[in-house]
Design a protein around this ligand. Structure first.
Ligand SMILES: *Cc1c(COP(=O)(O)O)cnc(C)c1O
Length: 381
């Protein structure tokens, strides 16, 4: 095994409990789209089912996979479900996101009639992201129209915020007010929800009936300012994911040795260059070429040269004990040193969300605890 991702499911459950405590009485939906942000859809879904009010996914295939794995609770599909897939969505008892788009609502209704039971729908209103949802002018009438149709069971009405990470955002206040206006005449017993992780933490007035928490349940902060404010207020999140590999080869090279494609790095002294068996095909961003660091022997060592498709170089000169088979931590702790997903993402000019969701599904995940050095040393002959 060339690399391994280990996921602490207890950490995810701990984070959900902390969020639930923070936002109560609002309910918590756990968002596990994008392979549970790289943590593993099925394992995370099964692990959190009992501690969330419901699960949110992006597409129907995820809902089907969760049902096949035995997840029986509520599942809300946030993204579009194609008309040809409505039968399956109904059959797996998923809640689909509904907004008028041509004849879509009629197709949903006819599916429900064919299957002789209402379709559970979450009505989506666009209040300012300009993405999915009913326009705010059309929303009030559409809500009443949907409610009058026996083919629909309205499980909720929701929207999404565009600027929730800003602490003093007029835009967020406007979106909230717009959402309240658009839903003012609608049955008040139907749950409203608008907040994802950042809003749920920073903006109590956005919590409404439920929050949809994604990134925070994995112990990754939506942004540095959010982290600073919430740590100050006493909220702790436990990072759930670690990512490790082992050094394949150590090369002792003299000063002035070019390293890797394009010779973008030249050693400035006699150096020990370690080769890692993973590269951008395994999820290590190529933008980390000559930037960023990994942990070896409890110390930070720099990435040097270009990140290749399946290989990466690090400068081990400062860690004389490092050798072939030494464990390399890309995300996680080694001794007292730690690299968080947010930090590694920052070096790559991206956000923690993108770094973890791009960890390929083919990299094995390990879910058992008490496994200190994730990957096994290869058998030596
Ligand atoms: C992804 C997503 C969320 C979760 O966002 P986080 O910032 O990860 O908490 C919530 N709602 C919708 C509509 C989403 O697409």
């Amino acid at each position: 095994m060339l690399a391994e991702i280990s996921v602490d499911l207890d950490a995810i459950r701990t984070n959900i409990a902390a969020l639930a405590n923070l936002v109560a009485p609002a309910r918590v939906a756990g968002v596990i789209k994008a392979n549970a942000y790289g943590h593993g859809l099925i394992e995370v879904g099964c692990a959190i089912e009992a501690c969330v009010d419901r699960i949110c996914v992006y597409e129907l295939a995820e809902a089907v996979a969760l049902r096949d794995a035995g997840v029986g609770g509520r599942i809300h599909i946030l993204g579009p479900v194609a008309p040809v897939d409505l039968e399956v969505a109904h059959a797996v008892n998923a809640e689909i996101s509904l907004w008028d788009r041509g004849t879509y609502a009629a197709q949903v209704a006819s599916t429900a009639r064919r299957r002789r039971a209402p379709m559970a729908v979450q009505v989506k209103i666009d209040t300012g992201v300009a993405r999915l949802g009913l326009g705010i002018d059309a929303a009030p009438a559409a809500l009443l129209r949907y409610a009058a149709q026996p083919e629909f069971r309205i499980a909720g009405v929701f929207s999404h915020l565009a600027a929730a990470e800003e602490l003093d955002s007029t835009f967020t206040r406007d979106q909230l007010a717009t959402f309240a206006r658009a839903t003012a005449d609608f049955d008040p017993t139907v749950e409203r929800h608008i907040a994802a992780s950042a809003a749920a933490m920073l903006w109590p007035q956005t919590r409404l009936g439920a929050i949809r928490a994604g990134i925070a349940i994995y112990g990754i902060w939506p942004s540095r300012p959010t982290e600073a404010i919430m740590r100050e207020r006493g909220l702790t999140l436990v990072p759930a994911l670690s990512w490790r590999t082992r050094i394949v080869v150590v090369r002792e090279v003299p000063a002035e040795t070019p390293v890797g494609y394009g010779c973008t790095y030249r050693t400035t002294r006699a150096s020990r260059i370690g080769v890692l068996p993973i590269g951008y095909a395994e999820g290590l961003p190529r933008s980390l070429s000559n930037r960023g660091a990994v942990l070896v022997g409890g110390q930070r060592v720099p990435i040097v040269g270009r990140v290749c498709m399946n290989m990466t170089f690090v400068d081990l000169t400062g860690v004389p004990q490092a050798n072939t088979h030494s464990v390399v931590t890309l995300i996680g702790s080694d001794g007292s040193e730690r690299i968080d997903a947010e930090e590694a993402a920052g070096w790559a000019d991206t956000i923690g969300y993108e770094l973890v969701t791009r960890l390929p599904a083919h990299v094995p995940r390990r879910y058992d605890r008490n496994v200190p050095a994730a990957i096994e040393a290869p058998a030596r002959s």
